[in-house]
Ligand binder design. Structure first.
Ligand code: AMP
Ligand code: ZN
Ligand code: FE
Ligand code: FE
Length: 284
């Protein structure tokens, strides 16, 4: 029987709704062989997930998803097998936490100025540590300022909307370097969100990232179209990059995404992709 994996998941350590242990238990109940924990900008859920992995018989890949400045937008860089106890890594992540905290305070202020009464403490109370925009979206919904999660982003929290605030991020070089220096494998997350529609331009961008140390492309992903996936398989092969895949599971926050199987069963990622990653890791 084919062994199925999911290399992109979020826990309560960032903006997922399942604790690391709950997530691993769910993965086990669905028969997954391996799961990577890739919380945004932090590694605080990994230890618990590792222990749960032993308990429930699921292989856990320690990971992270770092937001990076890219042109006028953001790129997400996944890092697999990072040394999540490394002091340099933790120090750099502390900088991102502090930027996030400042940014969140500004979002609260903007929402208040827009006439929506919310406090930072209220938002913090539904998070398990790190506060992200999805937590703001939930509070706005709970208080009746929006009817659903997407409306919160479309009207207020999304980039360019009135309650959006920037935060300091790494550049691509620093993020890739940080992942490499802590023993990790840098992989470009969901490339369609770079909004580069032209194949040659996308390949050129990814090739530039490879020269900085990029080792793989997240090719299989819940919202990729078949055509996007085909193009990414082609680019991965042409540039000799690893092919990876994951659902971007967030639990209740994005209920349409199921761990391992994506949206309406559109994912079916085999363990061989993880095997290739491990081979590449061992010959570094
Ligand atoms: P943050 O790291 O706090 O800026 O929050 C980023 C997270 O917000 C992403 O990982 C998504 O889960 C969510 N998000 C960002 N933009 C949107 C959007 N336009 N619609 C829905 N969710 C979004
Ligand atoms: Zn998220
Ligand atoms: Fe992402
Ligand atoms: Fe993600």
């Amino acid at each position: 029987m084919k062994r199925i994996i999911d290399l992109h998941t979020h826990t309560t350590a960032s903006d997922g709704s399942s604790s690391p242990e709950e997530l691993v238990r769910l993965a086990s109940s669905l028969g997954l062989s391996a799961v990577a924990i890739t919380d945004h900008d932090n590694v605080s859920g990994i230890e618990e997930a590792m222990q749960a992995g032993d308990k429930y018989g699921v292989e856990i890949v320690p990971g992270i998803e770092i937001s990076v400045d890219f042109n006028s937008g953001t790129m997400h860089m996944l890092g697999y097998y990072i040394d999540y106890r490394d002091s340099t890594l933790l120090e750099k992540l502390a900088f991102l936490q502090s930027e996030r905290d400042t940014r969140n305070t500004r979002i609260v202020k903007k929402l208040n100025e827009l006439g929506m009464k919310i406090t930072y403490d209220e938002v913090k109370s539904i998070a398990d540590g790190q506060v992200g925009r999805p937590h703001f979206a939930q509070i706005l919904q709970r208080k009746g300022f929006v009817k659903d999660f997407n409306e919160a982003f479309d009207r207020f929290l999304g980039k360019g909307k009135p309650a959006y605030a920037e935060k300091g991020r790494f550049n691509t070089e620093d993020a890739i370097g940080l992942i490499l220096n802590t023993g990790g494998i840098p992989v470009l997350a969901h490339p369609p969100y770079l909004y580069i529609s032209d194949y040659m331009n996308l390949k050129k961008t990814i090739s530039g990232l490879k020269s900085l140390g990029l080792m793989g492309i997240e090719t299989y992903y819940s919202t990729h179209t078949q055509k996007q996936t085909e193009n990414l398989v082609k680019i991965s092969n042409e540039l000799d990059l690893l092919i990876t895949g994951g659902s971007d599971f967030h639990g209740e926050i994005k209920p349409e995404i199921v761990i391992g199987s994506g949206i309406d069963n559109n994912l079916n990622i085999g363990y061989t992709f993880l095997e290739r990653m491990k081979e590449k890791r061992s010959c570094r």
